[in-house]
Design a protein around this ligand. Structure first.
Ligand SMILES: Cc1cc2nc3c(=O)[nH]c(=O)nc-3n(C[C@H](O)[C@H](O)[C@H](O)COP(=O)(O)OP(=O)(O)OC[C@H]3O[C@@H](n4cnc5c(N)ncnc54)[C@H](O)[C@@H]3O)c2cc1C
Length: 387
């Protein structure tokens, strides 16, 4: 397949990422999945290589590269260790994206600059026990008190907990949150170690082992007034845009997951013999499965890179970005499931390293937003485009 989007600049970055993934990421993949420990060394290395600030302007320590470059990097890393891209996404796209859009120049200098190099780690705390999408019912509140904001409440299922140095936290700052516009929500910068901030233990999850997902609690947690990020009561628009960037990123991440699983399945089918022939040569059903997997991967690749090209032309891609998450999760899950099947019994053995792709793909359909919730948003956006 021609990679029409591979310009000279992008190819140069991709080649250094490939070296990083082959020499450092891939060898650590199985152990990260097994231990469930946050891949801190790899994360810091990604920072050193500039991979945590690909689209961040150079004045804030980033590479100042385009969105397509970001997609290429995520795809490449996800082929061997998807969870590293998840940690990168929560850091650079969710939390970093909000600071980039809402931050004052001083806040960007203080937080974006060290985040782009991996010196500090960011997390974004929005979801509450009432549900990811029910912001109107959020109960984490921030009230002004002298020269501070005081936060009370809690968040659940937040990525990068424990390892994060700074949490971007969404809290209610009005009497009530408008159920339609969601006005009344504000974002705050809460450094780790702030008295009153409680950090839970990472949950044991089906997939994304090592992404350190868990709860946060706020009990009289005081942050200085200047830690308000963006307009009082009006962070939702930026959240919508940063969420779009995160949904977009699920396209290349899912593509990487599918490619990783497919590569293993193809190699196994060519190598394992049954009655004197490889599985590939012996069974038509094996060949056909592989062709369907290949077809789904190439269709997803076309969708991912045409959407990212549109982003690079300045398009917001609000609907298409969400579609990438929906379609990406579908393709990754399908390909990874078939890869397990083609492996037979060995496919069910954790140490083989193929079933983890399916577990990671499954979480893709929920983490950040469930695909069902996104479908309704896509439908509303599509309707708006045509009326
Ligand atoms: C591994 C992981 C990492 C995460 N990291 C973060 C993070 O860093 N920061 C953060 O703020 N949050 C994070 N989340 C939370 C995530 O955004 C939510 O889990 C997600 O939005 C779904 O919300 P919920 O879990 O409350 O499910 P619920 O809202 O309870 O939904 C349950 C199910 O109901 C259905 N459903 C819900 N709403 C709708 C709807 N509107 N339309 C149709 N069907 C619907 C879907 O089938 C959905 O799967 C993470 C979650 C996971 C699993």
């Amino acid at each position: 397949m021609t990679m029409w989007y591979l310009t000279e600049d992008r190819a140069a970055i991709l080649s250094s990422v490939r070296e990083f993934t082959e020499k450092e990421v891939a060898p650590a993949a199985l152990e990260t999945d097994r231990s469930g420990e946050f891949p801190l060394t790899l994360f810091r290395r990604a920072g050193e290589l500039g991979l945590l600030g690909i689209t961040v302007p150079e004045e804030y320590g980033g590479l100042g590269a385009d969105q397509t470059t970001q997609a290429l990097v995520l795809e490449e890393i996800a082929r061997s260790l998807p969870v590293l891209t998840v940690a990168m996404g929560a850091h650079s796209l969710l939390a970093g994206g909000l600071i980039d859009m809402l931050g004052t120049p001083a806040q960007k200098k203080e937080y974006l600059l060290p985040a782009a190099s991996g010196e500090i780690i960011l997390a974004c705390g929005s979801t509450e026990a009432v549900g990811g999408d029910n912001q109107a019912e959020f109960s984490t509140r921030a009230v002004p008190d002298g020269d501070a904001w005081v936060l009370n409440g809690g968040k659940v299922l937040i990525s990068n907990i424990g390892v994060a140095d700074v949490y971007v936290v969404v809290a209610v700052t009005a009497d009530h949150v408008d159920p339609v516009t969601k006005a009344g929500l504000s974002a705050f910068l809460v450094p780790a170690g702030t008295p009153g901030l409680g950090v839970g233990r990472p949950e044991r999850k089906l997939g994304w082992h090592g992404s350190a997902t868990g709860s946060l609690s706020f009990t009289g947690c005081r942050v200085p007034k200047e830690n308000l990020l963006g307009p009082l009561g009006g962070c939702l628009q930026a959240m919508f845009v940063s969420a779009t960037a995160e949904f977009l990123s699920c396209g290349p991440v899912s593509l990487g997951i599918a490619e990783g699983a497919y590569a293993m399945a193809l190699a196994h089918s060519l190598q394992r013999e049954q009655q004197g022939q490889s599985l590939f040569d012996r069974f038509q059903v094996t060949r056909h499965k592989l062709v369907r997997m290949y077809g789904e991967i190439e269709s997803l690749r076309a969708l991912v890179y045409s959407t990212y090209a549109e982003r690079d032309r300045g398009g917001l891609c609000l609907a298409e970005g969400r579609l990438l998450k929906v379609k990406g999760a579908e393709v990754a899950e399908y390909v990874a499931r078939e890869a397990i099947q083609l492996y037979g019994g060995l496919g069910t053995v954790v140490d083989t390293g193929v079933e983890r792709y399916w577990r990671d793909a499954k979480v893709m359909a929920i983490g950040g937003a469930s695909v069902e919730a996104l479908m309704d948003v896509i439908a509303a956006l599509v309707k708006r485009q045509h009326t």
